[in-house]
Structures are given as C-alpha cells and as structure tokens.
Design a binder for this molecule. Sequence first.
Ligand code: PLP
Length: 334
Amino acid sequence: MLINLKKKIEEKKFGYTESIGTIELRKKVSDHYKKHYDADISLENVAITSGASAGIFMSLLYLFKKGSFIAITRPGYPAYKNIIKALDLRVYYIDTYEDNNFQLTTDMVNDLPDNIKGIIISSPSNPCGGIISDNEMLNILKICKSKSIKVISDEIYHKVEYQNKKSNTAFNFDINSIVINSFSKYFLMTGYRLGWIIGDKDFINQIRNLSMNFYLSPSSISQYVAKKVFNYYDYFDSIVLKYLENRNYLISQLQSIGIRDMIVPTGAFYLYVNISKFNNDSYDFCKRMVSDIGVTLAPGIDFDDKRGNNYVRFSYSCEKVELEESLKLIKNWL
Ligand SMILES: Cc1ncc(COP(=O)(O)O)c(C=O)c1O
C-alpha cells in the first residue's frame, strides 16, 4: 500500500477537521456499510472518533446518568469496566462460559435484572474470539429493546472472522443501537488512533459536541490515510487468512504439549487458554514468562477478576516465524 504521507506532510496540509471527521471519510465509512452489510447509513449517522476507545467513552458519557448499571460480559475487554467506573456508572457482570464460547446468549439477556440501563456487546470478543450468530444477535437486541436496555455494539473485530459468513452489524437489526468500530484491527492502523461510531442523527450530534470539547477533531493525518484503506480489502482479507493459519498452528502446537483446554476462536486474533495445571496466578505466570524468556501473554485476571487466574490470552496477530520462535521458548520453559 503506497501512500505518500511524507510529501503530504511537507505540503503542510494538516489542520483541524470537522470534530466528527471529514465528510470524505464519513462517506467512505457509509459506503463500507453499504458494501459489506447492505446497510443504508447516511453521513449524519457517522462520527469518526479518536479510536474505538474514545467512541466507547463518549457514548457511555452521553447515554447514561451517574449510577446507572451497565452490563458487560466476564471475561471481557478490561477497558469497559474501567471506563464505566471512571464515569461513575456501575458495572453489572454477566458471567459467560466455555460451553458457549464465552459469549452472551439470549437467556443471559432475558435474565438481566430490571435496573440495567445499558449493555456493551462485543462480537467477535476479546479475549476469547467468540462470535454471536446473526440470529442470536437479532433476538438479543429484541430482548434489550423490550427491557429498554440501550445497546452499544462493539464491532471492532468485524471482518477478522474465520467463518464464511461474516457478522452483520447491530445497526441492521435495530437502528437504535450504537455501533462502535475502528481502523485499529481489520485495517491494521492501531497507532493512527482512529475509529468510528454509527448511531442516529441526534446521537451523532451529541458526539459532535463532546468530541469538539475533548480533542477538537480526530487526527487529520490519520484521516488522510484512513480514506485510502478502503481500496485494499483484498490485502486486509489476506492478512486475516494469515491469522487463521497462525491460529491453527498455535492450537496444534499447544495441544502437542498437552495444553488442550481452550476455545477455538472464530474471530479476532486471540486464544484464551486454561493454564491452571501449571499455575493458578495468571499474573505471576505471565510476569515470570516475560522476565525468563521475553515472551508476553496477557494474564486472564485482566479480563475476568473471578476465574481469570486460571487463564492466559495469546495474541496471534504476528508473523508466523515469531509465533514459531515464541512457542519453542515456551515449550522449553514450561
Ligand atoms: C474489544 C475492544 N474494543 C475496543 C478496543 C480499543 O480500540 P482502539 O484502538 O480503536 O481504541 C480494543 C483494543 O484492543 C478492543 O479489544
């Protein structure tokens, strides 16, 4: 992918942009939804944000009154609980289990108490890579609607999926849901700090006000790059195939040394593995591993403060040779 950023920077073309991103980039995002989800999303439904992180933060800030209960799954992405707490909201954990790929089910949503005001749904999920099927998602959203629970659907790992049929967007099932996405994962632009929100027009206007006050506008250099990446779906899909190869390799290698207690992820690029036969303090296990052999895993306790000490999370969004070298070191170390 060739983008002459150096030349552009020398031309000093980068100032502030609209606080919810340039019209050009928002148009690209709405075209992306037409192409991949057959969704009619107008420019007024799109806000470009400073990463999905800012999208999650601003959505929670605007939508919920102090003290409201927000449901999230456990294990889950650690920043959800941290942002909820930082905003003086309250976390309601939904424990998920291996027999359902650690994912949310309609029954779990049905069982939510009446005081839940919002829910963050994450599919494919971090740290387990489980996917909620379209049918299940539709039912979950229906139940949320009937219980007046506002849905924030974090779709950051969409298109990093290993099954033939890719997930649909929650916005296609319920136009009242808020969708969070990002250039960080499928589009490989973690350091550019750029994401987007899809929501109804009034909500997007509120995000416009918030982002104007928080950071004025998302990075204009990043937006310049981001509008080009929609020309390269084939390239990004080829990277997803590499992740799949890495996933299969990682699983087979772990199994060959007797580590079998894991869920095969159908999306994202993480493997959540039960290591309780080696250690039941995941933080200590990861700390010793990184200091002894320089290989970093994420401790399960970060994702699940109840059962996480029995787990670690591998990431396989790397070159296969790095995976090979790391696994060699891990095998000798264990
Ligand atoms: C589930 C999930 N949501 C949001 C984020 C934040 O992404 P961004 O880099 O777009 O801020 C991450 C990052 O790892 C993530 O795993």
